[in-house]
Design a protein around this ligand. Structure first.
Ligand code: AMP
Ligand code: MG
Length: 319
């Protein structure tokens, strides 16, 4: 079995981060604003601190390309916020101090290289703030390929599952889900129903992150008859991998045509779908490039499917 140590350490770090996120969620967190105007919370920073600390200790030579950085938190005006973050982190890592929390967060500002982790400490922060879906997303990329992916989805349940799921996949070894306590390990398989009218498709909740009008028109064009299921974060990849939907469409928003997707928003989810038998490309059918930059500069949109309907979707998008 490959990547056993990486997998164990990464899962345990994601479980710890999930605990912090759930704790912050109980206290109804406030949104802080980043320079790009997107929201961030104390849980985004706390989750990144916990995961970076855990990975750094065991894999000091593997850089982490994470979403957050501690620049704003180092300012005097941010003292109260940093104290809050440190208190949450200390519930899980009692030795945490403001100084090492800052260092752990900034350890996540590594560079894309031959072997690196990419981390979204809270993917779907807007969903998290709405007490809805979010994911803690981590992936190991080696030689330009995602080798290991983990999604912690503390607010998600599928079928009769208890709320709180972890998705995990190692290249060549299949895709699995388990509870947040690491129990009920179940192998995942995408849906292989030939009757397209029975299939469901998922898209984001936030209209500004995609093109819902076009996404729905494409789903209809390929024969999907039911309304979309709207879900925040990479939980959508878990839903496709588990066979609960056949398609996830994320088409560029007409309001932000120059937006480029971040690698941490897709790397973890993509391997989970691929190892469950599905397919992930951009809207032109091109593989997603996770290894050139933290942004996927040469990709537009994302199409995630059960594989069987992929070519038809790409054709519909480009005719
Ligand atoms: P979702 O929950 O699927 O809407 O995805 C959340 C992610 O959307 C966040 O992590 C952001 O990085 C990303 N995002 C923000 N703005 C845009 C945009 N204009 N187009 C696509 N994705 C975006
Ligand atoms: Mg994200």
């Amino acid at each position: 079995m490959g990547y056993q140590t990486e997998k164990e350490i990464a899962i345990s770090a994601v479980i710890q981060a999930a605990k912090l996120c759930q704790r912050v969620c109980q206290d109804i967190p406030l949104a802080l604003e980043k320079q790009d105007k997107s929201p961030v919370t104390v849980a985004d920073f706390g989750s990144q601190a916990i995961i970076c600390k855990a990975l750094k200790e065991v894999f000091p030579d593997i850089p982490i390309v994470g979403e957050e950085d501690a620049e704003e938190l180092r300012r005097n005006e941010s003292k109260a916020t940093l104290t809050k973050i440190t208190n949450y982190v200390a519930e899980i890592i009692p030795s945490a101090t403001p100084a090492n929390v800052l260092d752990w967060i900034d350890y996540g500002n590594g560079k894309v290289s031959e072997r690196f982790w990419t981390l979204d400490p809270i993917d779907g922060t807007k969903g998290f703030l709405r007490q809805d879906q979010y994911a803690i997303a981590l992936a190991l990329i080696e030689n330009k390929e995602v080798k290991l992916g983990i999604l912690g989805c503390p607010a998600l349940s599928l079928n009769d599952d208890e709320k709180g799921l972890i998705f995990v996949a190692v290249r060549g070894e299949g895709s699995y889900k388990m509870s947040l306590t690491g129990e009920n390990l179940t192998k995942l398989q995408v849906i292989s129903n030939n009757d397209v009218s029975d299939l469901r498709f998922v898209e984001g909740v936030e209209a500004s992150h995609g093109n819902q009008e076009k996404q729905n028109a494409i789903a209809k064009a390929i024969g999907i008859t039911t309304d979309s299921v709207r879900v925040d974060s990479q939980a959508k990849y878990g839903i496709v991998a588990a066979g609960e939907a056949a398609l996830y469409l994320r088409l560029p928003s007409p309001k932000s045509p120059n937006y480029r997707e971040n690698i941490w928003d897709h790397a973890g989810g993509s391997i989970i779908v691929e190892e469950a038998g599905g397919k992930v490309t951009d809207m032109y059918g091109k593989p997603l490039d996770f290894a050139s930059d933290s942004k996927m500069n040469d990709n537009r949109g994302v199409v995630v499917s059960n594989g069987l309907i992929h070519d038809v979707v790409i054709k519909a998008l480009n005719s």
